[in-house]
Design a protein around this ligand. Sequence first.
Ligand code: ATP
Length: 364
Amino acid sequence: MPESKQAYLHIENLTKHFGGFVAVRQLSLEIFSGEFICFLGPSGCGKTTLLRAIAGLDPQSSGSITQGEKDISNLPPSERDFGIVFQSYALFPNLTVFQNVAYGLENQRLPKAEIRKRVTELLQLVGLPEQTEKYPAQLSGGEQQRVALSRALATSPGLLLLDEPLSALDARVRAALRQEIRALHERLGVTTILVTHDQEEALSMADRIVVMNHGRIEQVGTPEEIYGTPASPFVADFIGVMNFMQGEITSSGTVRIGENSINCETTNIQVGRKVRLTVRPEDILCSADSASDQALRENSFLLQVESVEFLGSFCRLILSGPEGFGKLKADLSTQQVHELKVTQNSRLTAEFPSRNLRIFPESS
Ligand code: ATP
């Protein structure tokens, strides 16, 4: 019999109320051993609530959580097996770096020499071997989060919980720490959950992303799946930049937008149903204006350039087209913009390749 993948953390039907307000609603999720998972979603979607329920800091109203083989649903945090890092550092201000990291180990009453060895090892791992005698107030934000990480990992927990640990840091430190946390994860293999509202953080760090909205899961998938094949208009809109066009299904693989038809991959959405068609800015293929409509290829249209925004490594064009297309964003390399002589009010041909279009039925 083929071996089936076993979940390390199993969340089943978890609901969390705050009075009459439901912050997490009947949520089920499996996380596998050694995975790096990101809970991603807009402010208030319930991601921190879910993380705190896993830690036992704010127990669920109903539902269950199993870690390893053990039902931890009703255990206090002190009896659960996790390390946690918060956004607001949360180091003990009156303890040195060494004492902060050693704290959990001392509670376990390990021999002093063993504690020293482990703390030194951890501080080396996060690049702070020289700072052991400093107090948290004498460290930068990035350094404090490195200490917090060492402290969370000190007792070798089965689960590492990271609650927006990078959001208080400036962009440069954040980018560096992202890579360091990911490298640390690769080295230690500890099952990790990171809560973030920053899609770039989730896309660059996660093995799988759990996209949440209004206390529910919208989609679970690898960064490529979430970006490339969003499961709902919410995910399509929340992750990356997306163009939306409104249309109607006229046959299994065709959507009418205003007076025009666009061929898509076949769909089983009912003919006559109103839909939203999506396409990423980088998936609109632009070429020189081919003077007449007759010369246009399938799914190609003449569009007018409303503006060109230089964004460093690429340019974002705002295009307007036939009725129903609305304003569309298209991304071109700076070189392409020069080659096509794109300027405000110039025209170009934009192709919408079927493979890059997604169709979502409008909710009735
Ligand atoms: P953010 O990114 O802003 O932290 P989040 O997705 O982590 O958002 P949560 O902190 O999980 O959101 O909160 C989910 C919802 O539950 C919010 O509407 C919040 O106001 C509410 N909530 C959270 N904690 C409490 C509480 N202790 N009492 C009442 N409502 C709460």
